[in-house]
Design a protein around this ligand. Structure first.
Ligand code: ADP
Ligand code: MG
Length: 936
């Protein structure tokens, strides 16, 4: 009866999104039957194939129905897998299982934006697995002929940062979230979670809408990112077969997991300590549980499955390696730029398919209780009748037993009528909600309003704030009759005034508040037009919907979150989107960087806001690393987004990678929330614990390090002619700013370091081939150092290497000077100029790097290992990598040897010369003597 049952895994490939289309992405996945193949975009030979239970192609071959927006296959039997097709394979099975009394679990796993919510919940008419499952479930219940009573309960919760939030709760949110408890026969459960009895799919859908609304407002209030949270929908189906007196209960867990993308941080030891697994403990633990179970399935011995390590895995214990039938849908983007993430999703899913469960039909605990009560009553009745037979007068005991009997019967009756009672209650609730929805629809037809737009498309358009005639304060304050209450980072008590007068709506920002309309910051009253984009505070994004008469047939869906961001970016001079796609088409990697920039902008705004409110005194700013910089050949360097962090007080500066910033931002949120709790809670006043964090735990702080401020190119070409160079070079920062002027010289010289004269100038560089070439590089002086001008407590060093010879050189540190004299001289030599070196001289530059030193950091030292330095301190730049044959390597070795022993050789040649002259002398004497003897 304990059948083993493997976790079923499906994979689904979604269409390109606008971003990917704009970037000219290539599709790197292909499907054949249930196998999926993914190709490394940088290496077409590198392919990996995975086999799953199901594979869905939802990438191409579809048409969008005009009226409904429904995605359908182009032709009947086409390869496009629509929502119905996915339901038939995955949902139908779960439904049948549930009706048989098995627990079932459906997990959606994948990178943010890969289509998890689309598959689970769906968008508008493209209903996903959950609404379809509900429809079919209630339909099945109605059609069931046998006598059984079916009860369905629905609950909806979210796990964010290990806290459980009840999305259907009517009360206020308990701080710290709901508790997860464990009971022997029940396993782990969420204490106090609201479960709502339902008797129609419409009711469930309405509850989901309500839950989504709670999620949306919670997300903006708490400044939380929905992609980091897990959403759990639980359907409990209870079937009471009165004739057979059997009750079957099955729990259906529907889980829309947090985005699987991993932020690979710079991960120094300190970072790892700070970021740890806190970023998403539940998702990490889920991975560990899956790995352990997969190991067990292939017979590897494991001692311990770490279910208890996170909230999510506690709640999913029965779904993974337990008594549940489990299906996982892995969603992937088909685009080349998502290769790494898609591959990691496929690998993860590959492991999951090995997990084995042992599904069993469940008996409900409630039913067991009724049984137990009935049994106890039977026992009591027996005792009662025995008491009667004994004929003894045992009045007290009889009375007591009768009391117990009535109590038990009452309890049985309550249990049985509970469902009815609850259902009635839920229906009343539903009617109320329904009335609210109708009311909202009516208001939409009467007044202009603003509509929330969220980064997560699933949460967009959920909140509508109406602007009836008159003047309204919009801001944090609530409860006053003429206020529209919103919450979010950087929103003031009274943030702005919305005025609806004579069929015009105007917006007036109040003092000190941030308001952006269509990407531009506004400080004056401005009239709003239908479909204007508003950003209030750091990141509360709304779309303005004008008066009904102003609204056309056009749908607002094109004004998604990306649209807001591109508009903001455009205001900063970065152009994306339709008009500029042509120019960007040439460089998709640049476009990808810009998109990154744009996506991070609101996060940076939030980080700044949090820093301000927490009085951290640091400022965040995005920069594009290498935007204008090039390598020693003048080729563009790979660009990436970095975040510059500046301490306003000490002027210390840190450069964070994108991943590091994203991880840190999450930790900042955590501290920020704690701070808010402290503020709202005990009002402890001064000494906020969040500001007293030890530095190794403080996400706003890092040890200081030298920073690369910019580079200058010193071109080598004239060295090929042995012509000296003396130049004033512009040191350019990452984004093109002038960081300093650097005076540097290249002087062709003798092996003793004496400058060559004009006579040594070559007409034909090839004359250098095979000969020795000595060069001195002199870093003379820096002028106008911006880094020092900004803060005098800083220093600089210049770093460079010639010919990538392995010898990196840093000039000694100089502090506090805006125009420091450096006068640092380095002697380089090639003992035997090769063609390669000659080409190099003619086409390359020395990259002179300007390094910024700051208070508390140690200066850079020239790492001499790996460099070839002669006894005279000359850097030898002939490199084995340049002359590839083993022979020439040996020659080079020999030459080095010869060079180092040149002193000895010199002595030897002197001796030789002496001997030769002595010999000459001797020969001459002999010749003379001979002549004398012969008498001539
Ligand atoms: P996730 O929940 O994984 O972050 P979503 O499900 O919200 O991602 O999908 C992101 C976007 O991609 C949405 O706008 C959604 O409409 C679209 N999308 C996802 N999957 C599909 C699909 N199979 N067909 C059409 N559009 C899809
Ligand atoms: Mg989602």
């Amino acid at each position: 009866m304990h059948r083993r049952d493997c976790v079923k895994v499906a994979v689904r490939v979604r269409p390109f999104n606008k971003r990917e289309r704009d970037a000219g992405s290539r599709c790197i996945v292909s499907l054949a039957a249930s196998a999926i193949t993914i190709q490394d975009p940088r290496d077409s030979q590198c392919r990996r194939s995975f086999c799953f239970d199901y594979a869905y192609w939802s990438h191409s071959g579809y048409v969008i129905q005009d009226r409904t927006g429904l995605y359908l296959p182009e032709e009947v039997g086409g390869r496009y897998a629509d929502q119905e097709c996915v339901f038939q394979d995955l949902g139908q099975g779960i439904l049948e299982n549930a009706l048989q009394g098995y627990n079932a679990t459906l997990l959606a796993y994948g990178q943010t934006g890969s289509g998890k919510s689309y598959s689970m919940v769906g968008y508008k008419h493209n209903k996903g697995l959950v609404p379809k499952l509900c429809e079919r479930l209630f339909k099945a219940i109605k059609e069931i002929k046998e006598a059984r009573q079916c009860q369905v309960f629905f609950s909806m919760l979210e796990i964010y940062n290990e806290q459980v939030v009840d999305l259907l709760s009517r009360g206020s949110r308990p701080p710290g979230g709901l508790r997860v408890r464990e009971e022997q026969h029940r396993g782990f459960y969420v204490e106090g979670l609201r479960t709502v009895p339902c008797d129609s799919a419409a009711q469930v859908e309405q509850l989901m809408e309500q839950g989504t609304r709670t999620r949306t407002t919670a997300a903006t209030h708490m400044n939380a990112n929905s992609s980091r949270s897990h959403m759990l929908l639980v359907l409990q189906l209870k079937q009471i077969f009165s004739k057979e007196s059997v009750t079957k209960q099955s729990n259906i867990n529907l889980v829309d997991l947090a985005g699987s993308e991993r932020q690979r941080s710079a991960s120094s030891e300190a970072d790892r300590l700070k970021e740890g697994t806190a970023i998403n403990l539940s998702l990490t633990t889920l991975g560990n549980v899956i790995s352990t179970l997969a190991d067990m399935a292939v017979g590897r011995k494991t001692v311990h499955v770490p279910y208890r390590d996170s909230v999510l895995t506690k709640l999913l214990q029965s779904a993974l390696g337990g008594n549940s039938r489990t299906v996982m849908i892995a969603t992937v983007s088909p685009a080349d730029i998502c290769y790494e993430e898609s591959l990691s999703t496929l690998r993860y899913s590959e492991r999951a398919k090995h997990i084995q469960n042992r599904p069993v039909v469940n008996e409900s605990p409630t039913e067991r209780l009724v049984k137990e009560l009935k049994a106890e009553n039977a026992r009591l009745m027996q005792r009662l009748s025995r008491l009667g037979q004994d004929g003894r007068s045992a009045n007290d005991e009889t009375k007591e037993i009768r009391q117990l009997l009535t109590h038990n019967e009452l309890q049985i009756r309550t249990i049985n009528t509970l469902w009815e009672k609850h259902l009635q209650e839920a229906l009343r609730d539903w009617e109320q909600q329904y009335a609210n929805i109708t009311q909202e629809r009516r208001l939409m037809q009467m007044h202009p309003y603003i509509l929330n737009i969220n980064e997560d498309a699933q949460l967009s358009g959920v909140v509508k704030l109406f602007i009836p005639a008159g003047e309204w304060d919009i801001g944090l304050s609530e409860g006053t009759p003429r206020s529209i209450s919103i919450k979010g980072l950087g929103i003031q008590q009274r943030h702005a005034v919305l005025k609806n007068e004579q069929r015009r709506v105007t917006l007036t920002p109040l003092k000190g508040s941030k308001v952006t309309v269509n990407g531009r910051a506004v400080s004056q009253t401005s009239e709003l037009q239908h479909l204007d984009r508003l950003i209030l505070g750091s990141n509360c994004t709304y779309l303005y919907i004008g008066f009904p008469s102003e609204r056309g047939a056009n749908d607002w869906s094109r004004y998604d979150y990306d649209y807001f961001l591109s508009e903001l970016a455009a205001a900063e001079g970065i152009h994306l989107g339709e008009s500029s796609t042509e120019s960007c088409q040439t460089d998709p990697s640049l476009l990808a960087v810009f998109y990154d920039y744009v996506k991070l902008m609101p996060l940076v705004a939030e980080a700044n806001q949090m820093s301000q409110e927490l009085k951290k005194g640091v400022e965040f700013k995005l920069e594009i690393k290498n935007l204008v910089l090039s390598d020693s050949k003048g080729n563009d360097l790979e660009k990436e987004i970095i975040c510059k962090v500046t301490s306003k007080h000490s002027k210390q500066v840190w450069m964070w990678s994108k991943a590091k910033f994203v991880n840190r931002k999450f930790l900042m949120e955590e501290i920020y929330l704690r701070h808010l709790d402290e503020m709202n809670g005990e009002h402890t006043g001064e000494g906020l614990s969040s500001s007293a964090l030890p530095r190794d735990k403080d996400p706003f702080w890092d040890p200081v390090e030298p920073l690369l401020l910019g580079t200058a190119h010193l071109w080598l070409q004239s060295l090929a002619f042995r012509i000296p160079v003396d130049e004033q070079l512009e040191v350019l920062g990452s984004e093109g700013s002038e960081e300093a002027i650097l005076q540097a010289k290249l002087i062709p010289c003798t092996s003793d370091g004496l400058p060559l004269g004009e006579d040594d100038i070559l007409i034909d560089p090839s004359e250098l081939l095979g000969r020795r070439l000595d060069i001195q590089l002199v870093v003379e002086q820096c002028f106008g150092l911006r880094w020092i001008r900004e803060a005098r407590n800083r220093g600089i060093q210049i770093g460079f290497s010639l010919l990538d010879s392995g010898g990196r050189v840093y000039t000694p540190a100089v502090w506090h000077h805006v125009n420091p004299a450096l006068r640092h001289k380095v002697h380089f030599a090639s003992l035997h100029v090769s063609q390669h070196l000659l080409d190099y001289l003619q086409s390359s530059a020395v990259l002179l790097e300007l390094w910024g030193l700051q208070d508390g950091c140690t200066s850079l030292v020239s790492p001499l290992e790996g460099a070839r330095v002669s006894t005279e301190g000359i850097f030898i730049i002939d490199e084995s990598g340049m002359t590839n044959t083993i022979e020439s390597c040996d020659l080079l070795g020999l030459r080095l040897y010869v060079d180092e022993h040149s002193g000895l050789l010199k002595d030897f040649s002197e001796q030789l010369e002496q001997s030769v002259s002595a010999l000459k002398h001797d020969v001459a004497t002999i010749v003379r003597r001979k002549r004398e003897r012969s008498g001539t």
